[in-house]
Design a protein around this ligand. Structure first.
Ligand SMILES: Nc1ncnc2c1ncn2[C@@H]1O[C@H](COP(=O)(O)OP(=O)(O)OP(=O)(O)O)[C@@H](O)[C@H]1O
Length: 811
């Protein structure tokens, strides 16, 4: 099995192999330059300057330093040779520690601690050593990333992924697990439901997940009570499967509610008090000002004010768009639209006028909320002018800064100030009676990213928010008292999901009004005391590469989350290390599912860039090329086929044939027509999953089906000049086997020749994946085409290269 971690072996410092023995062609791992990663001098600097060495070392001279480290290394070797199995890769010298940025005294201490850890875990393997290292907080967020890399990759240097599964970096404790949302639920009901098979939340997690797939109505009846879902009329039952046209089932039939009202009401369980913190936020540029706070009561009154103003401007049932950054006002508008029985049309603020127009047309939106400008990274970008180009019927325009908009509006448009003043004559403008609707009513029209084709217009009912929140509740463990931040936009599924995940669980929503790329964002995470931080892989890459978060304290974070694209192991190592190795819960799903179908879990050990379970109540199989499912316990790679009964999944699309997109041509399994999701996933030994990309991105190289992501993982590591790669295959003009083409974006300040890279890529792919694969062509580009949500568009690269080949053939 092509192993992701084998590649990282090239990151590994086999510390028994000194620098002298490293072959020149062997790439050094990408790591922080000690001299820039820390203001402390490196050993080389110390040794180059006699004076420097004296400052740090007092009387110790170069030779005694060396002999000290040699002595320590000898002792360590003795410990490890005393018949204990130990961890070979950890035989490191103090020199190596100094090389990654520790000062000499620290290196000595560190070496001692490592030795102690090895002794204490004597007989144990890498997992035990890593667990001990993290439990003792040996590696600190302030340590240079090079040290984290050195230790992690060394600990796991001899780890065989093909027999042991991916290396694990986080392990739940029994105590911790019993205090998670899902752990508590399992402790309360586990024995009753699973009988004597139930032991504890960790050992019985998989069994409980399977139970939830087989008895979703039981699971959801429990979880509903844990969330702030208040029915105006109770459902007749949890699940009704009599309507066979609805593959996913009819959920909570007959119930009536207003899901926005559920967000706004105070409640005893989960505890939501009027004076509790609903939202904390900060504007970019005010990084030293106190964090702004809004209580639940203040928030509710604002939402109700806007709901009244909506009634004064629109007709019931209208679709109303929002195209602006995800600010406090945007969240208020979102919930006000739902509270008042209108439908939100979510449009990401990065779209061009044409894209906005397409979304307004499909949704038949009667108006749009937008801003005059977007302030991001210290720059001001026009937004209103872009929106107006898309010709909405009516725009309500908020100011990016200050009290009023800074531009001239069209005649039919309203400023935010005028919009709100339309209800100032009401006796209680801050009070609104919610519009209760059947649970299946549409509340939001979202659009998929468009990675595989035209974006789909996806209707969210009142079921979707419940499903979305429940995933966060179960797997990210969102609880009362948490401060939850995820830089995103209402135009992406994470936007609405984040709103509901906070207000239906009693957590506080944290919003940064500005760019999440810079230090200002990181300082907000620190100052707001964020406990759950959601990310996308490109953000993490940027934070790590620019080092903009160095020195900030993120240790209140109890878990991270990542979604959108496959994560990079080393970037995640960096992220997790910011908070003493907290878990990064990978989430992968779809806008049309309202949820994740695979996730990480706080009840299972976690591996970087991998998913540990199907989400609660989700069942799926992995299909081979003939559509036949692999056995559940077999390591394999194939396309996902979801079990169709799925709480929160769509049963209609506004601009495409739902049946055709998700069900037509899918195989039957145990009497069910499976639901298409389009992802290729790999299941490893131990049941961990890695997403290998979309089925459309699969390549056929010399008759062997290969995923682009697998090739990219190898190529990303092939040379230090590489920031990222994209692999596609194309049929040659004159026919024959598909050709493998690698697109490359280089790191700033690096230069490389395509032909040199071609040789390096071919060698790396042959060594790590398949000796028969050969790179046909390498193209260096300044950046990759991406969807507005930052997903790589391989289909655009495929078209580009096809065009380029055909032009060349004509010359
Ligand atoms: N953590 C993740 N790791 C890898 N891939 C992910 C992850 N999260 C999401 N994805 C990818 O994104 C997809 C879901 O994205 P979204 O719902 O926006 O639709 P899309 O499939 O990108 O767009 P469209 O259906 O329009 O082509 C997943 O099916 C998966 O391919």
């Amino acid at each position: 099995m092509g192993s992701e971690f084998d590649l990282n072996k090239r990151h590994c410092y086999d510390l028994s192999m000194s620098r002298r023995t490293r072959k020149p062609s062997q790439p050094r791992p990408e790591r922080e330059n000690p001299s820039t990663a820390t203001s402390r001098p490196s050993l080389k600097q110390l040794m180059d300057s006699e004076g420097g060495a004296k400052v740090i070392q007092g009387k110790k001279c170069r030779n005694s330093l060396r002999s000290h480290f040699e002595e320590e290394e000898k002792q360590l070797r003795m410990v490890m040779e005393q018949g204990r199995e130990g961890v070979e890769g950890l035989k490191m010298s103090g020199m190596e520690l100094v090389k990654v940025g520790l000062i000499v005294e620290e290196a000595k201490d560190f070496e001692r601690i490592l030795k102690d850890v090895i002794v204490r875990t004597g007989g144990g393997g890498p997992k035990e050593v890593w667990l001990e290292l993290t439990a003792r907080r040996v590696l600190r967020p302030t340590h240079p990333h090079g040290l984290h890399q050195l230790i992690y990759y060394s600990v796991y240097s001899d780890w065989d992924v093909s027999t042991k599964g991916p290396p694990l970096y986080w392990f739940p404790s029994l105590y911790q697990s019993q205090h998670t949302n899902l752990g508590r639920l399992m402790e309360t009901h586990g024995k009753k439901l699973l009988g004597s098979s139930y032991r504890d939340p960790i050992s019985s997690f998989s069994l409980f997940q399977k139970f939830s797939v087989e008895h979703p109505e039981v699971y959801w009846s429990f979880v509903l009570k844990e969330l702030a879902v208040v029915f105006h009329e109770f459902p007749r039952c949890i699940l009704d499967t009599t309507d066979k046209s609805k593959h996913g089932g009819t959920w909570f039939p007959g119930s009536v509610l207003n899901i926005a009202e559920c967000c706004l009401l105070p409640l005893s369980y989960p505890r939501k008090q009027d004076n509790g913190l609903a939202i904390v936020w900060r504007d970019e540029g005010c990084d030293d000002a106190p964090v702004n706070c809004m209580t639940l009561k203040e928030f509710r009154e604002q939402v109700m004010l806007v709901a009244n103003a909506l009634d004064a401007t629109f007709s019931k049932g209208d679709a109303i768009a929002i195209d602006m950054p995800m600010t406090v006002s945007a969240v208020i508008i979102y919930l006000a639209i739902v509270l008042a029985g209108f439908v939100v049309v979510s449009i990401a603020d990065s779209f061009a006028a044409k894209e906005i127009a397409a979304r307004l047309r499909v949704s038949k939106a009667k108006g749009i909320f937008t801003q005059d400008f977007i302030v991001r990274g210290g720059q001001k970008y026009p937004l209103y002018s872009r929106v107006v180009e898309a010709a909405p019927y009516k725009a309500i325009v908020l100011p990016a800064n200050g009290k009023d908009v800074a531009i001239q509006l069209r005649e039919q448009d309203l400023s935010w100030k005028d919009f709100l003043s339309s209800v100032s004559h009401l006796p209680s403008p801050n009070y609104y009676s919610p519009v209760y609707q059947p649970i299946e009513s549409m509340t939001n029209i979202l659009f998929s990213s468009g990675t595989t084709g035209d974006p789909k217009a996806i209707p969210w009912t009142q079921v979707s928010p419940i499903r979305s929140t429940a995933d966060g509740w179960a797997q990210l463990d969102v609880q009362v008292g948490d401060v939850y931040c995820w830089p995103t936009n209402l135009g992406w599924v994470m936007g609405p999901s984040l709103i509901y995940s906070c207000f239906l669980t009693g957590a506080t929503l944290a919003l940064y009004h500005g760019s999440p790329l810079g230090r200002g964002f990181g300082k907000f995470i620190q100052d707001a005391g964020v406990t759950i931080l959601g990310t996308v892989p490109s953000l993490v890459k940027n934070w790590k590469n620019t080092k903009c978060m160095d020195g900030l304290d993120w240790t209140k974070i109890k878990s991270f989350a990542s979604t959108g694209e496959a994560s990079n192991v080393d970037d995640d190592l960096w992220l997790s290390s910011r908070a003493y190795y907290k878990p990064i819960i990978e989430c992968c799903g779809g806008t049309e599912l309202g949820s994740c179908y695979i996730q990480g879990s706080m009840l299972q050990p976690q591996a970087f860039g991998a998913f540990s379970t199907a989400s609660m109540t989700t069942g799926f199989v992995i299909l081979d090329e003939n559509g036949v499912p692999y056995p559940d316990d077999q390591a394999c790679v194939g396309e996902v086929g979801l079990f169709p009964i799925y709480m929160g999944a769509t049963d209609g699309l506004l601009n495409a044939d739902h049946e055709e997109v998700y069900f037509k041509g899918m195989p039957m399994y145990r009497g069910m027509r499976l639901r298409r999701h389009g992802d290729i996933i790999k299941r490893s030994i131990g049941g961990y999953f890695v997403v290998q990309g979309r089925a459309d991105d699969t390549m056929n190289l010399g008759g062997i089906k290969t995923s682009s992501i697998e090739i990219e993982r190898v190529c990303d590591q092939a040379d230090e000049s590489i920031l990222e790669t994209a692999a596609i295959s194309t049929a040659p003009l004159n026919g024959g086997p598909e050709l493998l083409v690698i697109f490359v974006v280089l790191k700033k300040g690096f230069n490389s020749e395509p032909n040199e890279l071609k040789i390096k890529f071919s060698k790396a792919i042959q060594r790590n994946l398949n000796p028969l694969f050969k790179v046909a062509f390498v193209k260096i580009v300044p950046e990759f085409p991406r969807t507005a949500s930052n997903k790589l568009l391989r289909r655009v690269l495929r078209d580009q290269i096809k065009h380029e080949f055909s032009v060349r053939s004509r010359i």
